[in-house]
Design a protein around this ligand. Structure first.
Ligand code: 0GY
Length: 304
């Protein structure tokens, strides 16, 4: 059955530009998704949105066009805990993709093992209320204990205002913890203000915490290149991302977030998103860590 897209849904940008910034050899797009295709991999009944299709073939064509070598495919909430589309993408990547799954507390050991063999290396706990229903923290902690035994890590997605309430849970997690999009700071506030200081303290005091410095298009209030000119695109996100990259250069990751779920206003040209990287990672060494060394250490340690 074909589902209707959420009204106002913005489809991903076809025909992205070729980035002017040349990615270092072996670069990893460490945050992206696949959606369906819905006819083959139906969306979950409990989903909060119905996206356009965004297939593995289209994702890997984008990878090659932008100059990435590998992907980390993150289970999107529109697929709930049915990880088949993500796992299918991993299995057709020739070993060039790893995955982050969503699982429930009753997931079978055999299913975790099968996902591991396909390339899954973590689970995502999502606390963004517009995306998911509430899951009790004891269930999440039980999952974290089980996936730790596989050497997996936990990816967390939350809004910055919720960090104080989530602090005790996050700091009790036994694994590496990767935060999506710098914990979604409000970039209209100062980067050295109390809210972002708390996020920095979270990383400083807990060496197992990593951050994706991704999603300027989602975080920016200043807007995209079309409104600001290329040099000023997403300029309000720059001090936040630079601060995290320069303070924790060995614990940062970057991803396109293709196909950019739930954006309103504009859909980014992924080529221009890649051109944003040198504004936040300002030296070749920082860029190599961000794009190659760190994701390889986390997702392909056997190649280190
Ligand atoms: C992102 C952001 C979003 C959505 C999801 O799994 C998802 O549905 O991650 C969002 O709407 O902010 O990282 O892709």
């Amino acid at each position: 059955m074909k589902s209707e897209k959420t009204p106002g849904w913005l489809d991903w940008y076809a025909g992205p530009s070729k980035p002017r910034f040349q990615l270092p050899s072996g670069a990893v797009d460490a945050h992206c998704h696949v959606f369906g295709p819905g006819a083959e991999f139906p969306f979950a009944p409990e989903r909060k949105y119905t996206p356009c299709d965004a297939s593995k073939r289209q994702l890997y064509a984008l990878r090659d066009h932008l100059g990435f070598a590998r992907n980390v495919v993150v289970q999107a909430t529109c697929h709930g805990d049915d990880n088949r589309a993500m796992v299918d993408a991993l299995m057709h990547s020739g070993g060039r993709a790893r995955g982050i799954a969503t699982v429930r507390r009753d997931v079978a050991d055999g299913d975790l093992q099968a996902m591991h063999e396909a390339g899954v290396r973590g689970v995502r706990f999502n606390f963004v209320k517009r995306l998911v229903d509430f899951t009790p923290k004891d269930a999440l902690m039980e999952i974290a204990g089980r996936i730790e035994r596989l050497g997996w890590h936990v990816v967390v997605y939350f809004e910055s205002v919720d960090l104080p309430e989530l602090w005790d849970f996050f700091t009790a997690l036994p694994t590496t913890v990767v935060v999506d999009h710098m914990g979604r700071p409000d970039v209209t506030r100062p980067p050295d203000g109390p809210e972002f200081e708390l996020f920095e303290k979270f990383m400083r005091d807990h060496p197992n915490v990593w951050s994706k410095v991704s999603c300027p298009e989602r975080l920016s209030a200043a807007g995209p290149p079309a409104l600001n000119g290329e040099q000023n695109a997403y300029r309000d996100v720059v001090p936040f991302a630079r601060r995290i990259i320069e303070t924790f250069p060995d614990r940062v990751l970057w991803g396109t977030d293709w196909p950019h779920p739930n954006l309103t206003g504009h859909m980014p040209d992924d080529g221009l998103l890649v051109d944003f990287i040198p504004h936040i990672a300002t030296t070749p060494e920082l860029r190599r860590k961000l794009l190659v060394d760190n994701p390889m250490r986390l997702y392909w340690p056997e190649e280190g």
